[in-house]
Ligand binder design. Sequence first.
Ligand code: DP6
Length: 325
Amino acid sequence: MKQTAQAPSNIAIIKYWGKKNSKLDLPFSSTISINYNNLFTQTTVEFNPKLQKDAVTIDGKSNAQETKRVSTHLDIIRKLAKIKTKAKVVSKNNFPKSSGLASSASGFAALTAAGAKAAGLNLKEKQLTALARLGSGSASRSIPSGFVKWEKGTNHQTSYARSLYPASYWNLDILVIIVNNNAKKTSSTQGHSAAVSSPFFNIRTKNLDKKIKKIESALKSKNFKLFGQTLETEALELHAIALTSIPPIIYWEPKSIQIMKLCHALRQKDIDVYFTFDAGPQPVLFCQQKDTPKVMVALKSQVKDIQIIKSKPGEGTTITSNHLF
Ligand code: DP6
């Protein structure tokens, strides 16, 4: 039977950068993220005995490399369900994919939820998160709702994601700024394998547990300043690792830097706004409702040709009946 899932993209506030085990997608440290309420992937999966091979369409196009990655993930689902049937997969993003807005997170979360159900598996959320992780690490965090922690674990079963707080817990404003619509040149998978070559990688890993505790306490007390400062330090650290890995990776564009400086200038005027980035040039700003209009005015008047998507913390992956074929 055909099944469809809708999965949100997520923004990591404590990041996954470097794989301890690349076969199982196990991270060196636990990570924390927030789902977006309006950036998502919808995916329909149908196992069809008439098909000779998997047929995969993403945003209206078929691409051999993407089909291979999807098929590899479907093979894991088929093995679990003890079936051999090939599948038709149609997937659609409502945001530009491969631009650093985590389309692999929402993509693999939706594929996992729809694929597992279409294959007749009845998995619990925890099992779904671990399964999604095998497609893309960050996808595990797009399954549960709201504010999510991916426990690093030591094996497939213990490396899973769970909700820390529901989406409604903290009414934060999240501004996703698209400074560049082009697909990025270095995928996060390539970035992960280069990360361990940075001379700062071990120092980062050593300090991460302390930083996780700090952000967990900021979340618990809804201390926005501590939350923002920690989130920003974390993003800068990820990019410091990328910049100093071999080969070095420069994800930022001139406008990314302009916006970081703008956040610092706004903070001088007591407008509390903090930035983060994933593996791409797009800044993601966090602010509170009282400051959002001022941040928007500053962005629109000072930075040319950007697209701003206003988002908030959102729900996790759901099964829907809006089939794409
Ligand atoms: C910078 O989960 O996309 O966004 O497992 O190779 O698919 P793969 O990597 P992916 O890496 C995400 C990297 C990041 C940080 C994060 O989301 O934690």
